[in-house]
Design a protein around this ligand. Structure first.
Ligand code: SF4
Length: 215
């Protein structure tokens, strides 16, 4: 059987910028391609191109970066079959594996040891129709939900979903401002006054280095 391959945009070491692990050193494996087109997407450079490599090679490069945390991201990582053996190799090397996913691909094949950071697409993304409600039933207490908020309409829509499903009772639910669409301080006030246990997400890597690839 031929060795599984992946199309990879970049593998690099940085500081984890999102999620509750923000601030820790982290290796990132950014897989190429995504079938969605979120209005505010900040990784359009990962839609096309990339380099083909074996899963073994991608895992080795990520592990060589020497971080305890490894995040598999994209693009949409779950749109490539090779993501599953990649995750397996990273877990076998005793890494804490984070998976950033847009929420439009079923999560049922993801190893339960993986910390899933799952987007819920609000209307301002233009992709709210792609959310898979069944994915919300597959989350574990260590997983996290992320809503990117572009405006007040997004906030109200997202808050209603959190309330209706009581999502913040069992999960970390992060609301992050869409980069250059909504002021972080505005969202901070909305989160503060929401009456729910929401977490304000600020993309630490962009505060540090700006919106550039490889960071
Ligand atoms: S799901 Fe993620 S990678 Fe795909 S378009 Fe939306 S933000 Fe970009």
């Amino acid at each position: 059987m031929s060795e599984p391959t992946l199309r990879v945009t970049e593998i690099f070491r940085s500081i984890q910028g999102e999620s509750t692990r923000a601030g820790f050193p982290c290796a990132f494996v950014r897989l190429t391609g995504c079938s969605l087109r979120c209005v505010w997407c900040d990784t359009e450079y990962a839609f096309h191109g990339g380099a083909e490599m074996t899963v073994a090679d991608a895992a080795a490069r990520a592990l060589a970066l020497g971080t305890r945390l490894v995040e598999v991201t994209g693009g949409e990582p779950l749109e490539q079959e090779g993501v599953y053996p990649l995750i397996g190799r990273l877990l076998a090397a005793d890494r804490t594996v984070l998976l950033e996913t847009g929420g439009h691909v079923p999560l049922d094949r993801v190893d339960p040891r993986v910390v899933k950071i799952v987007d819920v697409k609000a209307p301002g993304s233009g992709m709210a129709g792609a959310n898979l409600p069944a994915n919300l039933e597959r989350l574990q207490p260590h997983d996290e939900l992320k809503f990117v908020i572009a405006d007040r309409r997004d906030f109200d829509w997202s808050l209603a979903m959190v309330r209706d499903r009581d999502l913040d009772a069992a999960l970390v639910v992060t609301f992050s401002p869409a980069w250059q669409s909504l002021k972080p301080e505005t969202l901070a006030e909305w989160v503060r006054d929401s009456g729910r246990n929401l977490r304000l997400g600020i993309q630490l890597h962009k505060v540090l280095w700006g919106d550039v690839p490889g960071r």
